[in-house]
Design a protein around this ligand. Structure first.
Ligand SMILES: C[S@@+](CC[C@H](N)C(=O)[O-])C[C@H]1O[C@@H](n2cnc3c(N)ncnc32)[C@H](O)[C@@H]1O
Length: 429
């Protein structure tokens, strides 16, 4: 059973980390998997996320052991070796079981020639651990970051960059938004440990993690999976009774659900460019028993979908580098390129400029990203304020954490919130 899952992990990683670059996202590939038992799913996710998280360190060690590099046609074998290394160094599974399992996977991959090599390498690897190997390595290798990304972190946050890089290696906490506070007692009764958040009044950290569908209250909309930092931007929205709200980049709908809960009488429009992702907003709202108008459209082109009625408040949770949530999406480290950052900044500025005229005088726009790069965040807000004389910053002081020129920048915290940014902009009345 476990060997089939290991084989499945290699085949899945071939899609996420193909030899020629590019590749599908981990989420997409996991969604394509056949129905698996909980333990099988756990092993599969551990291998996929783990190899993406520690890819550079594992690949570096492997490269050092080989006299001759493996041919690119042997990509599946290489990924099997990386999976084996990951299991040895970062899982609790017995070493002998791991060392025995992976040569069989090589045979199942029609690479019987690699079985002996795999066995020898894993035996060698079992005599060391990741800490011994990492000790003398530079941060980007030790923490498995592409050089360009490490340079950006180091330049932006010279004092915190090490902690940021290390936090990206840890499995993320299991964080919920409790819509019904009384559900906390049911979670505890169900054997879960619940720690309340410190920034969002609805945040709860749960352990041990469990498939969310199996939590009491999930099907009835009493709770949702949502990081604590991601809960904060919607808390800054204020609208008069019966007001109009635009959630401009809404899918999959974490914040749409929040807005629908906070403002049941408001007219809420949830927009996203991706029709498939927008379907998830509907599922979310149905589960929460809330409603909103859903529209497929480009936020940078309101002429195609806007009804000419101004909004009291806009939430723009913009497409971004997602550098604040690498622990949740470690594949992004290998899919993003340095040049993507300028492209994303351009898109964010275009959407901001296109959406601003839709805000009524005296109304607000909350800009948010799950990025920790200043050019997408404080820098983006600064440039926006310079372009729009009728805008002023209005982020509540208590919402600030790391000191930045504009908005509130949160950096990722182990066992705490993701890296996130938000700023509230007010239009002259
Ligand atoms: C960070 S996610 C939003 C997360 C969402 N607000 C939540 O809380 O669940 C960014 C979203 O922006 C959408 N998007 C990207 N470009 C867009 C555009 N030009 N117009 C509208 N939506 C866009 C993406 O499809 C993606 O769903």
């Amino acid at each position: 059973m476990a060997d089939n899952v290991r084989l499945l992990a290699v085949r899945s990683l071939m899609k996420v980390l193909p030899a020629d670059g590019g590749g599908k996202s981990l989420r997409e590939v996991l969604a394509e998997q056949p129905v698996l038992l909980a333990a099988e799913r756990g092993l599969l996710a551990d291998l996929l996320f783990g190899v993406c998280r520690h890819y550079r360190l594992l690949d570096h060690w492997l490269g050092q052991q080989m006299d001759k590099p493996l041919k690119s046609s042997a990509r599946a074998v290489r990924l099997a070796l990386l999976c084996g290394l990951h299991e040895l160094w970062f899982s609790e599974r017995p070493q002998h079981a791991v060392v025995n399992a992976w040569p069989d996977v090589c045979r199942a991959l029609n690479a019987p020639w690699a079985a002996g090599l795999c066995n020898a390498l894993l035996r060698k690897a079992s005599k060391v651990n990741a800490e011994q190997i990492s000790r003398h390595l530079d941060v980007p290798l030790r923490c498995s970051l592409p050089d360009w990304l490490w340079q950006r972190f180091d330049q932006a946050w010279p004092e915190q960059a090490n902690d940021i890089a290390e936090a990206a290696l840890l499995p993320p906490p299991f964080t919920l938004r409790l819509s019904d506070p009384s559900i906390e007692a049911a979670l505890i009764e169900d054997g879960l440990e619940v720690r309340r958040g410190q920034l969002s009044p609805q945040a709860a950290y749960l352990s041990p993690p469990r498939p969310v569908q199996m939590l009491p209250g999930f099907k009835d909309g009493a709770l949702s999976v949502q990081d604590e930092a991601a809960q904060l931007p919607a808390l800054l929205i204020e609208v008069p009774a019966g007001g109009r709200i635009l959630d401009a980049c809404a899918a999959p709908g974490g914040k749409t659900g929040q807005l629908a809960e906070y403002f049941p009488d408001a007219e809420l429009l949830a927009l996203d460019i991706d029709a498939k992702r927008l379907k998830r907003v509907r599922d979310n709202l149905d589960r929460l028993r809330r409603n909103a108008t859903l529209v497929v459209g480009d936020a940078a082109e309101p002429g195609n979908w806007w009804d000419r009625q101004l909004f009291d408040a806009v939430l723009l949770d913009a497409p971004c580098s997602a550098t604040g949530i690498l622990r949740r999406q470690p594949d992004l480290k290998w899919h993003r390129r340095d040049s993507d950052i300028a492209t994303l900044c351009g898109l964010q500025a275009r959407i901001l400029d296109a959406i601003w005229p839709l805000v009524r005088p005296g109304g607000m726009l909350v800009y948010a990203t799950c990025s920790i790069l200043p050019e997408e965040n404080a820098g983006q807000v600064q440039a926006f304020l310079a372009r729009h004389g009728d805008a002023r910053e209005d982020t509540p002081v208590e919402a600030r954490s790391v000191i930045t020129s504009h908005g509130c920048q949160l950096l990722p915290v182990a066992d705490g919130p993701d890296g996130f940014f938000f700023a509230r902009l007010r239009k002259a009345g």
